[in-house]
Design a protein around this ligand. Structure first.
Ligand SMILES: [Zn+2]
Length: 157
């Protein structure tokens, strides 16, 4: 697995951005329902970059941080990209689908033999690469959704 130093913490207004940062392969936390001080502390613990739309939170936060201005998810991704080059890093290091979009866990690569009977037969027939989330016990493969993510990266760059 390709590990990168860039780790993020989204605030609770940025759920969709959080999911996309995980699609791109970045370790990104969506915090539990706790106050700003706790979120800041969680970010600080692992040198996560705090992404927030809240200016007063941003001002007081001690963790590395970036103000997100847009309300649109795609534009939010661009804002993070302008600062941290996440789209190119994701492509160059092959990070797409390296992380579970639901729980943020790193995915394990699994062989086609191991997957037999665990995914729909139509998928099994056509797909040769698979990953598994040990946390959610969910299987991933580079299907339509994977192509959509790659296309989205191209349009955003
Ligand atoms: Zn998971």
């Amino acid at each position: 697995m390709n590990e990168v130093a860039l780790r993020f913490m989204c605030d609770r207004m940025l759920g969709s951005l959080c999911k996309w940062l995980r699609f791109l392969g970045f370790d990104t936390l969506y915090p539990p329902d706790v106050n700003d001080i706790m979120i800041d502390q969680l970010a600080l613990n692992k040198s996560r970059i705090l992404l927030t739309r809240d200016r007063s939170f941003l001002k007081n936060a001690r963790s590395p941080k970036l103000l997100i201005r847009s309300l649109q998810r795609d534009e939010q991704i661009r804002e993070v990209d302008r600062e941290f080059n996440i789209l190119s890093i994701s492509i160059e290091r092959k990070l797409v689908l390296s992380r579970c979009s639901v729980c943020n866990q790193s995915l394990d690569e699994v062989t086609k033999d191991e997957i037999n009977g665990k995914v729909p037969p139509g998928v099994y027939e056509h797909q040769h690469s698979y990953w598994f989330c040990p946390e959610c016990e969910k299987y991933y493969w580079p299907g339509t959704h994977y192509m959509e993510i790659l296309n989205k990266i191209e349009t955003l760059k």
